[in-house]
Design a protein around this ligand. Sequence first.
Ligand code: PEP
Ligand code: MN
Length: 348
Amino acid sequence: MILPKTHRLAPEQVAEITAIVAEFGCSIQPIIGAVRTIYAIVGDERDELMINRLEGLPFVERIDRIQSPFKLMDRRSDLASHRITIGGVTLGEDLLVIAGQCTIDPKNPSYFLETAAAVKEAGAHVLRGGVWKPRTNPYAFQGDGKSMEILMEASRLTGLPVDAEVMDEQQVEVALDAGVHMLQVGARNALNYSLLRTIGRAVAKRDTVVLLKRSLHMGTLNEFISAAEYIAAFGNPNVILCPRGTSPALDGYRNHPDESITPLLKEKTWAPVVIDPSHSVGKASYVPACALAAVAYGADGLCIEAHVSPSHGIGDDPKQALTPSALAETITQARQIWSLRHSIIGGV
Ligand code: PEP
Ligand code: MN
């Protein structure tokens, strides 16, 4: 829909927009209102170049798109009935819990193995563990490829599928070869389209699930869903959206908590939403409240950092990991809110 700057366009201006849209197989239909005439684009209006050319015209105020830019991730797309199952949970049917350490310490593997058993006992369905870490400070611990063996050992011992972040093509390959069940795209790489394409291709013929974090500075919901569309377009529709707080931070929190975007995402996309309260608020004592709020907002799951002994952890664990007992309590309460929500409003 083309909204002009004036009440209506002059005939030569209509001729100009008609010529542009015709190049893309579309036509123009004026809709004459009492005070203003607007111009519908008839045809497939998703071509970015056509929209850019129309938006560049000096007499056009803005273009409102009716068609969704997401062919696959749109909630009205053919994929909308697609269901993602991991760790025995089909998203949307039960609350999914991903939990584990921010970072695996390769010098102390027993902590991770104990954490793995403890998060399973607490009720988690997927074990998370950072092998390679995206650190803001180049001198901070960057992770260690050796931790992959520890992660997979923990998976074998507990029977839990595992989630690990990958930051480049080589890590994608190593993680998939090792049998990682869920690839995490972190906040810093959420707009790395080359990585998104690589992951989409690499997991195309597998059941691998992708946990796509929301970028730190991600402006719009469309930008977030478009990143998921990249992965789906290259072959794997098993994409879960994971809001994890954005910048700038809300005073006192690590980031600006964004679990409240859950209902907005659900209006646009069928993709499940799993909230990460740990990076959102950044302090263990605030994590449970954020997790419960997320479920109240309609989240399909939670991704929570947990450690058997947070003070002995590395990476984010000393400040934001929950102990196993706090995790168990949070999961129990989150399930109660989930049930209440589903019994009152049917999970909408
Ligand atoms: C993490 O999950 O440990 C992590 C680094 O997350 P994010 O990409 O959201 O910062
Ligand atoms: Mn972390």
